[in-house]
Design a protein around this ligand. Structure first.
Ligand code: CTP
Ligand code: CA
Length: 223
């Protein structure tokens, strides 16, 4: 009941959250995607809602139910996610990019099913646009939070993304070897210019709640 009341430190704030994977078609029956259940992003959307924000959740394909009180926009490709995010962020104050966006798409989508003519197949891929970096550039006043999934050198890679993409905060997590993906638990290392905060291993809901509290505190410092 409490979670549906639009009260709390983010009352009056419009927040946009991306979550889940994207799906990049290769031909009519196949696609490239990323490993992501969407659970952490959905939990972030719910945590921001619980703090009073009006939340739009831009979601790649997942099997998760829409958090009550959250407006969900379903997308498939990185290009769709960019378009939906740019539109939703036009009147927003907070953007959290939790989606596992595909970095590459097919250079050309085949009109008919690719047949197994040869023993080897080489796919030509093209980089997708970076949703987070593009939204940041378009909306300089927005408070922008990125995620970073890393298999090594977590802080170096995460701080590099924080700087390069001009973020206010980045939430980094270790991935691979069964960590984070499709699990109900997670842990995060948060970094911002001049500070950091570790969120210890807990349910994705608890991790999202702690992240939302840090967002509230960092945003208050910036306002
Ligand atoms: N991201 C995005 N659009 C993309 C790729 C990534 O919005 N095309 C966002 C993710 O949602 C995440 C952040 O950028 O918030 C970092 O994603 P990550 O994959 O860790 O970093 P990349 O910048 O894509 O670099 P790399 O995959 O090479 O580590
Ligand atoms: Ca990436």
């Amino acid at each position: 009941v409490v979670s549906l009341l639009a009260d709390g430190p983010l009352r009056g704030v419009k927040a946009v959250v991306t979550a889940g994977p994207t799906r990049e078609p290769l031909d009519p029956v196949r696609f490239l995607t990323n490993r992501s259940s969407g659970k952490q992003g959905y939990a972030v959307a719910a945590a921001l809602r619980d703090r009073g924000a009006q939340v739009t959740l831009i979601s790649g394909p997942t099997t998760l139910p829409t958090p009550p009180g959250v407006t969900r926009v379903d997308v498939e490709t990185a290009a769709d996610m960019l378009q939906a995010s740019m539109q939703a962020c036009a009147d927003a104050q907070l953007f959290v990019a939790a989606a596992a966006v595909a970095d590459y798409r097919a250079a050309a989508i085949a009109d008919s099913k690719i047949k197994k003519h040869n023993a080897e197949l080489t796919l030509a891929l093209a980089r997708t646009d970076d949703v987070l970096a593009t939204v940041r550039q378009a909306y300089p006043a927005l408070f922008v939070v990125g995620f970073a999934a890393e298999t090594d050198d977590l802080e170096t890679h995460a701080r590099g993304k924080l700087q390069r993409k001009g973020l206010d905060l980045i939430a980094a997590n270790w991935v691979g070897q069964g960590r984070a993906f499709d699990q109900d638990d997670n842990s995060l290392q948060l970094f911002w210019d001049g500070g950091q905060h570790a969120i210890g291993h807990a349910s994705k809901a608890a991790v999202a709640a702690e992240l939302a509290d840090v967002i509230v505190a960092r945003r208050a410092k910036k306002l």
